[in-house]
Design a protein around this ligand. Structure first.
Ligand code: URA
Length: 292
């Protein structure tokens, strides 16, 4: 092995070790440093959608496939709950409705359209489109900002360091990652992982609205400022003030919390984030999983 290669390998190993240590510390801070018993109430879920193009779309399951709500848990320190309704929540705009009148809309179809989308400049620099993946009849939909370098390389949402933390948060809530659906506001990586520009968000929102209409989640959890602002149609909203509040998007409960990439850098945000996730569970009528 040449010195240069050896040096690079060492650096990468050290970076991986640092990353792992950081994740373990985050687990502890989030209170998820324990083994979970599988949630007793978890019901079989539909096959996950493989990205970048959705995998076989499972035959629509009957509503009965969603786990039966369990007794509402008491959440001792639930944050204040207010209700605010998105003014921009029409699930399908007239233009999108025209596009989809030739057949029933589906996650697979939407993913296929995203794969050839050229509605904004991000199509010139993307390696993959990242439509989202997960249960096609989810109780819970997580919405992040947009693909980063790992997502761009794989075509799958939330697979980098922040995504790994999101997966741990999902497991801590008593789900498997494939029980929920994970999507982003924009489906292509902005160069350098910059925040998406308003025009890029606008160009992409139709896809997300159609995804939400097809998925019909019970609760949407918005991760960070970008999904909060895009879904609520208000660029002045701030996640620090809005997190843990019960909002509404097209009649669907919307609960914003911090983005996992923010948690990776801000220890003090972990506890409030976990409170928000407990509020999500409460809204779903689910109990916290038992510590094993
Ligand atoms: N990866 C995603 O898919 N979305 C984010 O918001 C961040 C990382």
């Amino acid at each position: 092995m040449r010195n240069a290669e050896y040096g690079w390998a060492m650096e990468e190993r050290e970076a991986l070790a640092r990353n792992l240590k950081q994740l373990i510390e985050l687990d502890r801070a989030l209170g998820i440093d324990f083994v979970f018993k599988p949630a007793a109430s978890a019901a079989p879920v539909a096959a996950p959608v493989a990205a970048p193009v959705a995998a076989p779309v499972a035959a629509p399951a009957s509503p009965a496939t969603k786990p039966a709500p369990v007794a509402k848990p008491s959440v001792a320190s639930a944050p204040p709950v207010v209700v605010r309704t998105s003014p921009v929540a029409a699930l399908v705009t007239p233009v999108e409705a025209v596009v989809t009148t030739t057949g029933p809309d589906s996650l697979e179809r939407i993913a296929a359209e995203i794969a050839t989308c050229r509605a904004c400049g991000l199509c010139d620099t993307r390696r993959s489109t990242v439509p989202g993946e997960g249960n096609l009849q989810p109780e819970l939909l997580f919405i992040g900002e947009g693909p980063g370098v790992d997502e761009d390389a794989t075509g799958r949402p939330c697979v980098g360091a922040a995504g790994q933390l999101l997966t741990k948060m999902i497991v801590a809530m008593g789900f498997k990652r494939e029980d929920v659906f994970i999507a982003n506001i924009i489906k292509c990586r902005p160069p350098g992982n910059r925040t998406p520009e308003p025009a890029e968000v606008t160009a992409c929102m139709g896809y997300l609205r159609r995804q939400i209409a097809a998925l019909k989640p019970t609760v949407i959890c918005a991760l960070g400022n970008t999904p909060l602002r895009a879904l609520m149609g208000d660029d002045n909203l701030d996640i620090t003030r809005m997190r843990g509040q019960k909002l509404s998007f097209a009649g669907i409960t919307l609960i914003p919390t911090f983005h996992p990439s923010y948690l990776l850098l801000n220890d003090e945000a972990k506890k409030p984030c976990w409170e928000d996730l407990k509020l999500v569970l409460k809204e779903l009528g689910r109990e916290l999983p038992k510590r094993g």
